[in-house]
Design a protein around this ligand. Sequence first.
Ligand code: NAP
Length: 301
Amino acid sequence: MTYDVIIIGGGPSGLSAAIYASRARLKTLLIEKNGCGGQMTVTDLLENYPGFNDGINGFDLAVKLEMQARDFGTEIMYDEVTSIENGVVKKVISINGACETKTIIVAAGTSVKKMNIPGEEKFIGKGVSFCAICDAPFYKGKDVVVIGGGDSAIQEAIYLSNFAKNVIVVHRRDALRATKILQEKMASRANISVIYDSIPKEIFGNDSIEKIGITNTKTNEDKDLQVDGIFVFIGLIPNTLFLSNLTLDKNGYVITDENMNTSIPGIFACGDIRKKQLRQVVTAASDGAQAAVSAQHYIEN
Ligand code: NAP
């Protein structure tokens, strides 16, 4: 059987593409590696997604989007895509098989970036975390460090401050990148402090984390912070390893036009994986809708 569209990735862009494609009565398959929802599922509260003035939990929104896509007729398959092949009929190859399709929408998102410092690998899952919503309850009454100064770091520092005794944000510059409303919220939490101009250097401990060494980038002064947990939010890496045939920018993001066309006709990309300025759930959803409509036009023409 040949699908009209295969969507790779079940985050908000992939699920939105699925809703639009299956609602247009295209035979739609969505392939997801883990569980639907992507990074949104580890976000406690989405405050800026339109229509939810009290905010919505990221996992709850993911479940709603998945149900909506299934209700319109999207098939969802759990597998890891390893490559795609172009042709009149295109192929999506995954660990457990291969499927044929007229169009492909790549919505594979991003993965978290690691610090690559000594001690990080040793303590991943044992004190080093990339997910506050998953691990914050383990740090009730304890001291934690958050590395990073973007939206994720500050949002997750605020979440962690509900559990931890002290939250120290370590940021490499003298100004945060995070949006102002998050900075204001953080400032209202007495148990969050920020150390500026500092980068993590090494994590120390035996069975558990004892301290993290940081270096001041202006003075070169080293300092140790005694902490129980380290939460890392230093940005994202696009999941493009399986896409050797598409044109990427210098950071590995897929280059598209405003209609989500990639460098290969009939292959579209949407969401965080593509080169763009604003990576938000709302822009992911918008990208997904456009990618599905572009796929529909491609098939019709
Ligand atoms: P980000 O915006 O790329 O921020 C990464 C942060 O980590 C920056 O402050 C960066 O410092 C710092 N950093 C990068 N590499 C580092 C290194 N090797 N060592 C130490 N620090 C390092 O990533 P993000 O916060 O994960 O956000 C990703 C996207 O999702 C963004 O577009 C963001 O707006 C969006 N997002 C939005 C919300 C929301 O709207 N509520 C929530 C979460 C995420 P510099 O500032 O010096 O570059």
